[in-house]
Design a protein around this ligand. Structure first.
Ligand code: SER
Length: 315
């Protein structure tokens, strides 16, 4: 990776990934793009609607990109609200990005998700290669995306790579419209109000990861020796698996008066119930040395500390 174009760069992953990539590869070597302009522009930025394939191609060509990181997509709960639009944006944007990567011979990354699994997938220690019959539009998009990315590698030789991200937790940019978002909101509410009402039921396990580990995984996979990759799209990766009362318990160690109660959102609960409890990351460990630094305990210390600082700054 030397000249990198990122779509969806103002989103949950993109806003931190761009900063990390610029610190490694140089500010001028990372072109940040999104459908809207940021409040403050730092470094190369262009407005790009991923449905506009012509502009996407031109921007990548003018920039002299050698790498394409495609992040623009709707998350699971938002996609359920407007499935047709989700299909249009998630798949249309992806095909455009793969075509541009094929035409310009770019290395390509796009994230898949634990959402690519469904109710018939083995729930515990979910294998890398297993049944994938998701019941959400987001999941359908993710499975199709994994297959398409494999197709572009096998058919056209595009160097496509991807991971199945679990819920991502960060104090910088909030996620929007995901099922795992409760695990981010809970920290905001713990600091601001000392209590949280969870829309996910007690006992619902899902995989999660702290953002610094997720960003490092993207860099490590993209830098990995291709001859070692048996899989490409997409590797299971996870840092921890917990359910709402466990994260609440961890927060209580630092905010002893913190309380959690529950008001279940049936749509997001059904999505969560269709996903694994925990996935097996061993293929990623074996093929490109995937590793994490943060477990629930360490993440909670860092999240509460950094988020308190952020919230004070934001007033
Ligand atoms: N965090 C995502 C979601 O909940 C999962 O990929 O939609």
């Amino acid at each position: 990776m030397k000249r990198i174009l990122v779509t969806g760069a103002l989103g949950q992953i993109g806003s931190e990934l761009v900063v990390k990539l610029r610190s490694i590869y140089g500010e001028e070597n990372v072109l940040s793009t999104d459908i809207r302009k940021p409040n403050e522009i730092n470094g190369p930025f262009e407005v790009l609607d991923v449905m506009d394939s012509k502009r996407m191609y031109e921007l990548a060509k003018q920039f002299g990109a050698d790498t394409f990181i495609h992040l623009a997509a709707l998350l699971s709960a938002t996609a359920e609200k407007n499935p047709q639009f989700a299909w249009h944006l998630n798949m249309g944007g992806l095909v455009n990005a793969l075509e541009v990567s094929k035409e310009l011979n770019l290395q390509f990354f796009t994230p898949s998700s634990i959402g690519a699994f469904g109710p018939s997938t083995p729930k515990d220690n979910t294998p890398q290669d297993t049944l994938q019959r998701p019941t959400t539009m987001y999941g359908v998009n993710k499975v199709a995306g994994e297959l398409l990315s494999d197709y572009y590698f096998n058919r056209f030789g595009v160097d496509t790579r991807g991971v199945r991200f679990p819920g991502l937790i960060s104090y910088v940019t909030p996620p929007g419209g995901g099922t795992t978002d409760y695990a981010v909101e809970i920290y905001y509410k713990a600091i601001e109000e000392g209590k949280y009402t969870s829309y996910i039921a007690k006992g619902t396990y899902m995989d999660m990861m702290y953002m610094p580990d997720a960003l490092q995984a993207i860099v490590d996979l993209m830098e990995a020796d291709p001859s070692k990759l048996k899989h490409r799209n997409a590797f299971n990766i996870s840092a921890m698996s917990f359910e709402p009362s466990q994260i609440a318990g961890e927060i209580s160690k630092h905010i002893p008066t913190f309380e959690i109660d529950y008001k279940i959102d049936p749509v997001r609960q059904a999505i969560a119930d269709s996903w694994p409890n925990s996935i097996d990351s061993s293929a990623a460990v074996e093929e490109w040395g995937f590793k994490v630094e943060y477990d629930l305990e360490k993440m909670t210390v860092d999240m509460l500390d950094k988020l308190s600082g952020e919230l004070k700054k934001r007033g």
